[in-house]
Write a protein that binds this ligand. Structure first.
Ligand SMILES: [Zn+2]
Length: 413
């Protein structure tokens, strides 16, 4: 297909659906993790990419950001495809290409002029056990490997957390009183004696379904085993500070994955990747824990047939809402910006597109549970109709940078 043909295809899809695009499910496997099996994939398909590449433990949303799985990375891994049904069959086009070709029509002039691309993606992160204490780089360190710094945010949706799995606690930061030498010592000994015991320097928090966390770049975190909805800046940049997890060894290469070669043994540099004050903040939970915040007066929303809350906020780079539309109700919802969404519960319509929440998905199959709403449609307002007599529609909506409606929730520190 030529660029022009792709543009025409997308334009007719937008017209047909009323400013809404549908995505194909985008599955990502990680060979150092064990799948948590709550992604609604058919249980026979968690290793559909083959055993060596590892199990599927992530589903990515509205992504123009490739997944980085070193030598195990496959073509277009982590990239969302817009899917259309035409008279000649199913056509799929990379969302990234569509933004390149017609970004103004999809995410709007402001985003294209300021960023030149779609600057975020979201994912479900679904593991059986905990993952290593790791850190996402700040801009200054990410720039040294031609990447962007990466803040991320978490929300633990009830619909896909019917089990907590092995370790529903996340370590954040470092205990107040921990010194620079303590941290550097853990990095120096790495795996000499197996575990470098960096978790002895940190505090874990029990994860609570229906809440979340704000995780700025430079913050150490060892995520626990709840399924996590995770909006983040468009970047896949991180390094591990923990040499062993559940008895499994992490190669030292994971410590220097996104570090320039001449800094591999530069402990001052590795240490400087941390945002020290954030890590040893004695009020870490008070400052970073996220309780849902209603977007407007609760009673007024309920009278109109819905409820909407900010569930991920605090960063200026992205934010996310949980929208609930009550059974049998039809509502018009406006937003300040274009957004991606994933259905968590229920079925009905979104403008002229059918929306439904699948119970089980075979690897490679299409769904009607993930969409993108253009800036224009978001600002005019989309009509969502819940066709069930009993069940709510619940969806999670992820937004890019500079959302004016969430500006009051942005944390400067
Ligand atoms: Zn992380």
């Amino acid at each position: 297909m030529t660029s022009n043909e792709k543009k025409q295809l997308v334009q007719s899809e937008l017209q047909k659906n009323g400013g809404v695009l549908r995505f194909a499910p985008c599955w990502v496997a990680r060979n150092f993790m064990q799948p948590g099996r709550r992604l609604k994939l058919d249980p026979r398909d968690y290793y559909a990419y083959g055993g060596a590449k590892g199990g599927i433990d992530e589903r990515w949303f509205a992504s123009t950001t490739p997944a980085d799985n070193a030598e195990f990375t496959i073509e277009n891994e982590g990239l969302s495809f817009v899917t259309t049904k035409t008279s000649s069959g199913i056509e799929q086009v990379l969302f990234k290409e569509i933004i390149d070709i017609m970004g103004n029509e999809i995410i709007g002039e402001y985003m294209m002029n300021k960023y030149g691309r779609w600057m975020m993606f979201s994912k479900f992160f679904d593991n059986m056990g905990p993952i290593a204490h790791h850190v996402h780089l700040k801009n200054e360190h990410a720039a040294n490997v031609n990447m962007l710094g990466k803040p991320e945010g978490y929300y633990f949706p009830p619909q896909q957390n019917n089990v907590y799995n092995n370790f529903p606690h996340t370590y954040f930061g470092l205990n107040p009183g921990v010194t620079k030498d303590d941290v550097i010592n853990c990095l120096k000994i790495w795996a000499d004696r197996g575990d470098n015991n960096i978790l002895d320097l940190a505090k874990a928090y029990r994860l609570e379904i229906g809440t979340g966390w704000d995780v700025p770049p430079g913050t150490l975190h060892a995520p626990g085993s709840l399924l996590t909805y995770e909006p983040q800046r468009a970047s896949d940049v991180s390094i591990f500070f923990q040499s062993q997890v559940e008895g499994r060894h992490n190669d030292r290469a994971t410590l220097v994955k996104d570090v320039p070669k001449d800094k591999y043994y530069d402990y001052e540099y590795l240490f400087s990747i941390l945002d020290w004050d954030l890590n040893v903040d004695p009020n870490f939970k008070e400052n970073r824990f996220l309780k849902p915040v209603p977007v407007a007066d609760t009673r007024a929303m309920e009278e109109k047939g819905y409820s909407e809350k900010w569930v991920v906020y605090g960063s200026s780079h992205f934010c996310a809402k949980e929208l609930t539309v009550f059974p049998g109700r039809s509502v018009t919802i406006t937003d300040a910006q274009a957004y991606g969404l994933i259905m968590m519960q229920g079925y009905g319509t979104l403008n002229k597109a059918k929306i439904e929440t699948p119970n089980m998905i075979r690897f490679g199959d299409l769904t009607s549970d993930e969409f993108f709403v253009t800036e224009d449609a978001a600002k005019k307002g989309v009509v969502i109709t819940n066709n069930s007599d009993y069940e709510n529609i619940v969806m999670l909506k992820h937004f890019g940078p500079d959302n004016a409606e969430a500006a009051h929730l942005v944390k400067t520190r």
